[in-house]
Design a protein around this ligand. Structure first.
Ligand code: ADP
Ligand code: MG
Length: 696
């Protein structure tokens, strides 16, 4: 059979099961099934003693003898023992058939996951195998375990059935599977061919063959992905023209010479990288990563001034009104010595003002424009937009970006600098932004005081309240953040509501002003409350984590995070970054219930131990996988990796990326016959990532 045959035609599948394989496992064809790998393997010849099993155990295999069989209201309860202990097995379906099979005194091999039940545990519908079968399969025989779902199991697609279907599939189409990697890649990298890899990943002969198959498939996946990304990057940097900005210009120098502080080494390095892009004749597409407080704003401004100094306009876009205003305020003070005219345009700009700004953008008298989405409204026309800076890019929709690129009036697209304060683990950045150049500000300006971080259990709330009162008495302000529950906005609101009741009780309105910000407010209400805190009217800001990522309130010295165990490390770190911006001592207090899991405790301890955002991001990815890292949930991973893991396969990823670079260096458009299979594989589109600077 051809690998692209619909899965329903595979013997043993049929339309009904095919429907489920499609909806539950995204398997449409035979080839898809072969690319659905086991997520782990069991050694069918090794058994766990029942005494060592508990309700927290994962899947286990044990060998036991039937001690009693009983039908209790339509369910079959089978008690089995192995000399170390006994356990109950429960069956709801096929009761008669199983009753017939599991006779008193017979011995079987069972496989399943224990479930807590009545303070003990049992196994519901474990797999049952005969002892002879395990013996015939021999020691070291590894059996793949596939992802499954309730629906699949209910339709009879158990682990055993899945193994059988995959086996049939391999037998019927492996002969027609095409190699995806060039022959020389297999040779140079010492990889097994695709047929061997697919056989061994599903039905390993031994651990060594399994390791080789796993390595080959991981390398293949990461190599194809990186080749695809680097190819896009190569095409852009060599194909499309960029606006040439040969000089630094006077505006830059005037601003630079008047700076009240020397730039950090990291800031200087990044500016040099940007400067080289802008004079290269290619369009810049650079991601600027820098932890909160690392000084990205001044880098952005100096970049904008390079464009201005070369006769072009720059725009700086922020995701919210508050952030846009903050940028504008900061920038204005540095712009004074340059004579460059800047303006701000947001949703709340008055009509007259707006008209004035439109005119300035059209005739070129405004050099730097700061704003929100309002900037990309259709009636805004630039004289010559040469640079677009996008702050906190993950909040911008793809459409919004593409509208911006269409503001280009100089024949070439504007240079693009994307800024993010979310530290992203290196391996993730290589994938998410693999087609962008990345600059990192990895050094904080000198003299920053550490933020004292501590974890407190609920029973310390009284002490916390006293501490907050003390800080407020010193004239400081306090953030109190509640978790945002993605699944249930209602619950999220309820948390905050209850917190608020308590807060007004502990901090009476006669003495304290409390501002509150949450997802259900209108933008105006939100801005109003936010501003009350920013301008110092409110002592306390209570918010769900929708709290603006970049908002600066230098006078805020305390960040209290409620139910801190519900946040990821990266998120906690982002929130903590809201304080410590002034000269006073600052604090971050992680509140949790009195009982939290070991893993949560570990996370919170980690927060108390380090302020390095990259370290925390790496750890976060290890603990939760790349999908949950703050800043990536919305965008998601650009492709679904089926076997490689960004958290665990960093070494293979590095190797795959540099190897991909060397392949492209020799054959940039992959047109040589030796690379035919590679080019064909990439044409299938699985590894295409939307390049947002090119979306039209
Ligand atoms: P972020 O990267 O979070 O946007 P900002 O650009 O807001 O950081 O900078 C944080 C603070 O550090 C600002 O008050 C800014 O003026 C100050 N700052 C930036 N660069 C330096 C520097 N090289 N030396 C001292 N202070 C700096
Ligand atoms: Mg900032």
């Amino acid at each position: 059979m051809r690998p692209d045959t619909d899965i329903q035609y595979l013997p043993g599948v049929g339309p009904k099961r095919a429907q489920l394989l499609r909806s539950e496992l995204q398997v449409n064809t035979l080839a898809d099934l072969l690319r659905t790998y086991p997520f782990r393997y069991v050694d069918r010849s090794s058994f766990t003693p029942i005494a060592q099993i508990n309700s927290d155990s994962a899947f286990v295999q044990f060998k036991a003898t039937v001690a009693s069989v009983e039908v209790k209201n339509k369910r079959l309860s089978v008690l089995v023992g192995d000399g170390t202990g006994s356990v109950e097995l429960v069956f709801f379906k096929g009761v008669r058939w199983i009753q017939e099979k599991l006779r008193f005194g017979t011995t079987w091999i069972f496989f399943g996951k224990p479930q807590a039940w009545n303070g003990r545990f049992n196994f519901v519908h474990p797999e049952v195998d005969s002892v002879e079968k395990a013996v015939s399969e021999g020691a070291g025989n590894l059996t793949g375990v596939y992802n499954s779902t309730e629906k699949l199991k209910n339709a009879g697609i158990t682990g055993k059935v899945m193994n059988k279907i995959v086996h049939t599939c391999l037998e019927s189409c492996i002969g027609e599977i095409q190699e995806t990697l060039p022959e020389y890649v297999l040779r140079e990298k010492g990889l097994v061919d695709i047929k061997t890899a697919l056989r061994d990943i599903h039905f390993p002969r031994d651990t060594r063959s399994l390791d080789k198959a796993t390595y080959r498939l991981k390398f293949e996946e990461l190599f194809l992905l990186q080749t695809s990304l680097l190819k896009q990057k190569y095409i852009r940097s060599h194909g499309s023209a960029g606006i040439v900005m040969p000089k630094v210009g006077e505006a830059f120098n005037a601003c630079y010479n008047a700076l009240p502080f020397p730039l950090t080494g990291a800031q200087k390095r990044v500016i040099t990288e940007i400067r080289n892009d802008m004079k290269s004749g290619h369009q810049m597409n650079r991601l600027l990563q820098g932890d909160v407080g690392s000084g990205k704003t001044i880098v952005a401004l100096l970049t904008a001034l390079i464009a201005v100094g070369n006769g072009f306009q720059s725009c700086i876009m922020a995701p919210t009104e508050v952030l846009a205003r903050q940028h504008f305020r900061n920038i204005s003070k540095y712009l004074a010595p340059t004579g460059v005219k800047a303006a701000i345009l947001t949703g709340s700009s008055k009509t007259a003002e707006r008209r004035e700004i439109h005119k300035g953008l059209e005739d070129g008298s405004i050099g730097v424009i700061v704003g929100t989405h309002a900037l990309i409204e259709d009636n805004v026309t630039f004289k010559n937009l040469g640079l677009a800076i996008v702050d906190e890019q993950h909040r911008f929709g793809v459409d919004q970006r593409s509208k911006l690129w269409h503001k280009a009036t100089c024949g070439a697209p504007p240079h693009v600098l994307v800024m993010t304060a979310t530290p992203i683990p290196r391996t993730l950045a290589m994938t998410l932004y693999g087609d962008l150049d990345v600059s990192v500000i990895d050094e904080l300006p000198p003299g920053r005081k550490p933020i004292k971080t501590m974890h407190a259990y609920e029973d310390k709330r009284y002490g916390l309240n006293n501490f907050m009162r003390g800080q407020i008495a010193l004239g400081r302000q306090v953030f109190v953040v509640y978790p945002l529950i993605f699944e249930s906005e209602k619950m999220d609101y309820k948390n905050l509501e209850q917190g608020y009741e308590q807060m007004v009780h502990d901090f009476p309105m006669s003495d304290y002003k409390i501002a509150i910000v949450h997802g259900k407010q209108s933008p105006e209400e939100k801005d109003y409350n936010m501003n009350a805190f920013v301008n110092g009217t409110a002592n306390i800001l209570m918010a769900t984590s929708v709290i603006e990522v970049g908002v600066d309130v230098p006078n805020a010295s305390v960040m209290v995070i409620e139910s801190a165990e519900r946040f990821g490390l990266s998120q906690l770190h982002q929130l903590r970054g809201r304080v410590g911006r002034g000269s006073q001592d600052s604090y971050c207090i992680l509140m949790t219930g009195n009982k939290i899991s070991k893993e949560s405790k570990h996370r919170l301890d980690m927060m108390c131990a380090t302020e390095n955002g990259f370290e925390l991001a790496e750890e976060d990815m290890k603990m939760r996988g790349p999908g949950d890292i703050e800043g990536t949930q919305q965008s998601g991973l650009p492709v679904n990796l089926s076997i490689a893991s960004l958290a665990k396969d960093g070494i293979i990823l590095n190797d795959a990326r540099s190897y991909a670079a060397s392949v492209l260096e020799r054959d940039p458009d992959l047109s040589s016959p030796a690379n035919a299979s590679l080019a064909a594989e990439l044409r299938k589109g699985k590894y295409d990532i939307k390049d947002y600077s090119k979306i039209s």
